[in-house]
Design a protein around this ligand. Structure first.
Ligand code: AMP
Length: 218
């Protein structure tokens, strides 16, 4: 029975990856590195790294591999004891190769890649219903016009605009899905296919069972 300590989570934009990352971290006692969240923080604090990243993220483009590889490399070097989860990395095959080389140098194996594979139709339907409160930032997924939390006006999120979303989706299909398939072919991944809308908790339950089977068989 394999002990699962180091995880990668791969999923499309709006696949529910952030929510599942949270569940996985709780269940397996992991520290999480979300490269997207880290980059957004760098932009907010106007750091040198933030300035570099902003020009790409503002256009819904991927940040260049060298920049992101450096961030993850530094983070992993200071997180060698506890288990961890990488949320949103690697997103290209070049990043996957960099990750494998960095882990080999640190003498740490990657234990499992979780591929959260949600159909395009489902994600599009979700995007249309997703609203953010213009007053308090509360997010809902049922298309409400009034905020259930503060009564404010609900609006579509800025980064849910169709052009930005289409670009991110295309990058996912062209660059990131091959990463998931690469690890799947090597027997290092579990594939969670989501074709119908349901509760995030139910998706996580399937993920948990798939991971238990994976640990048993490896
Ligand atoms: P996310 O929150 O994971 O959707 O990431 C938000 C944005 O951060 C992405 O659209 C990219 O511009 C950037 N980003 C996050 N992770 C990576 C990565 N591994 N490689 C390149 N860009 C990334």
């Amino acid at each position: 029975m394999k002990t699962l300590k180091r995880f990668v989570l791969v999923g499309a934009p709006a696949s529910g990856k952030g929510t599942q990352a949270h569940f996985l971290a709780e269940k397996f006692g992991l520290e999480t590195l979300s490269t997207g969240a880290l980059l957004r923080h760098e932009i907010e604090t106007d750091s040198e790294l933030g300035k570099q990243a902003a020009s790409y993220m503002g256009k819904a483009m991927l940040v260049p591999d060298e920049i992101v590889n450096g961030i993850v490399r530094n983070w992993m070097a200071t997180h060698t004891e506890k288990g961890w989860l990488l949320d949103g990395y690697p997103r290209t095959l070049a990043q996957a190769e960099a990750l494998e080389a960095d882990l080999a140098a640190l003498g740490m194996p990657l234990d499992v890649v979780v591929w959260l594979d949600v159909t395009h139709e489902l994600i599009e339907a979700r995007m249309l219903r997703r609203r953010e409160c213009s007053s308090c930032g509360y997010i809902t997924r049922d298309g409400e016009n009034t905020c259930p939390s503060c009564g404010g006006i609900m609006k579509t999120r800025g980064d849910d605009n169709p052009e930005a979303f289409a670009r991110r989706r295309k990058d996912y299909e062209r660059l990131t899905e091959p990463v998931a398939r690469y690890f799947l072919d090597k027997g290092q991944a579990v594939h969670i296919s989501v074709t119908e809308e349901g509760e995030p908790e139910d998706v996580f339950l399937r993920m948990k069972h798939a991971l238990e089977d994976f640990a048993k068989n490896n």
